[in-house]
Design a protein. Structure first.
Length: 222
C-alpha cells in the first residue's frame, strides 16, 4: 500500500509522518497539494501544521481545494484517509467527518502528552479497541463539538482518559465533548484525531520510551 502525505502551504509535520510511516515499514511519499494524483495511492494522510496559515478557520481553505475533492473521490471508493491535528480540522471542514473543532476551552495553545482510550475499531485501530495509549497533543483549536452528543458518541474513536483509561473531567485537556480526541466516519475508513501518532513512534523521543503511535500507523498500513 502506498500512502500520500499531502503538503499544503503551512503544513509542518509531513516529514515527521513520513519517517514514522517508514519506521512502520510502510511506503509513503510527501506530495505537494497541486501535484496530488489519487490514482497513484491507496491511502492519504493529512499531516499537522497550519495549512494556508489557518486563514478564516483552521483547515477551511485547504478543505475547499481541488485536492480535497480528489480525496473525497478516494473515500467514496473505500480508500483510507487519516487526518492528524490540522488534518483532522481539514476533514471536518470538508464534511468528510461530522462535527466541528473549536478553540480550546482555556483559549490557549496546549502542548503535552496525554492518555487516550481506543473505543472503536477503524482502519487505524483494528484489533486495538479497549487499549489505553499515550500520545502528544499540540493545538489551539482541538475542542471537538457535535450538536448531537449521542451521534458524537457513536463516531468517537479516541477519548481522553487518565492512565487507567477512566474518562473524567480532569483528563480532558481542551473541553472536548465527551472527552473525544478523534472520530471516524461510519465506514471507519476516514479517521481524524488531534493527538500526533507520528510523534509517538520513536522510543527515543517518548517520555517513557513507548511507541504507541507506531502501533496505530501499522494498523493503518495493513
Amino acid at each position: 500500500m502506498k500512502t500520500a502525505i499531502i503538503k499544503f502551504p503551512g503544513t509542518t509535520c509531513e516529514f515527521d509522518v513520513l519517517k514514522a510511516i517508514e519506521e512502520a515499514k510502510g511506503e509513503a511519499e510527501v506530495v505537494k497539494y497541486k501535484e496530488f494524483d489519487p490514482d497513484r495511492f491507496n491511502a492519504v494522510i493529512l499531516a499537522g501544521g497550519f495549512s494556508f496559515g489557518d486563514y478564516l478557520r483552521a483547515g477551511s481553505v485547504a478543505a475547499n481545494s481541488d485536492t480535497m475533492a480528489k480525496v473525497k473521490e478516494m473515500v467514496n471508493s473505500g480508500k483510507k484517509v487519516l487526518g492528524i491535528c490540522n488534518g483532522f480540522q481539514i476533514l471536518v471542514e470538508s464534511n468528510l467527518l461530522e462535527g466541528g473543532l473549536l478553540p480550546n476551552l482555556n483559549m490557549r495553545f496546549i502542548s503535552k502528552w496525554i492518555y487516550l482510550k481506543i473505543v472503536k475499531e477503524t482502519a487505524l485501530t483494528k484489533g486495538l479497541k479497549g487499549k489505553v495509549i499515550k500520545l502528544p497533543i499540540a493545538h489551539a483549536e482541538g475542542r471537538y463539538y457535535h450538536d448531537n452528543p449521542q451521534r458524537a458518541s457513536e463516531l468517537a474513536v479516541f477519548q481522553y482518559t487518565n492512565n487507567l483509561g477512566e474518562v473524567d473531567e480532569k483528563s480532558n485537556p481542551n473541553g472536548s465533548l465527551l472527552n473525544i480526541a478523534g472520530i471516524s466516519n461510519e465506514e471507519g475508513n476516514v479517521i481524524g484525531l488531534m493527538p500526533h501518532p507520528e510523534r509517538a513512534s520513536f522510543p527515543l523521543i517518548s517520555p517513557d520510551g513507548s511507541s504507541d503511535g507506531l502501533m496505530l500507523l501499522r494498523s493503518f498500513l495493513r
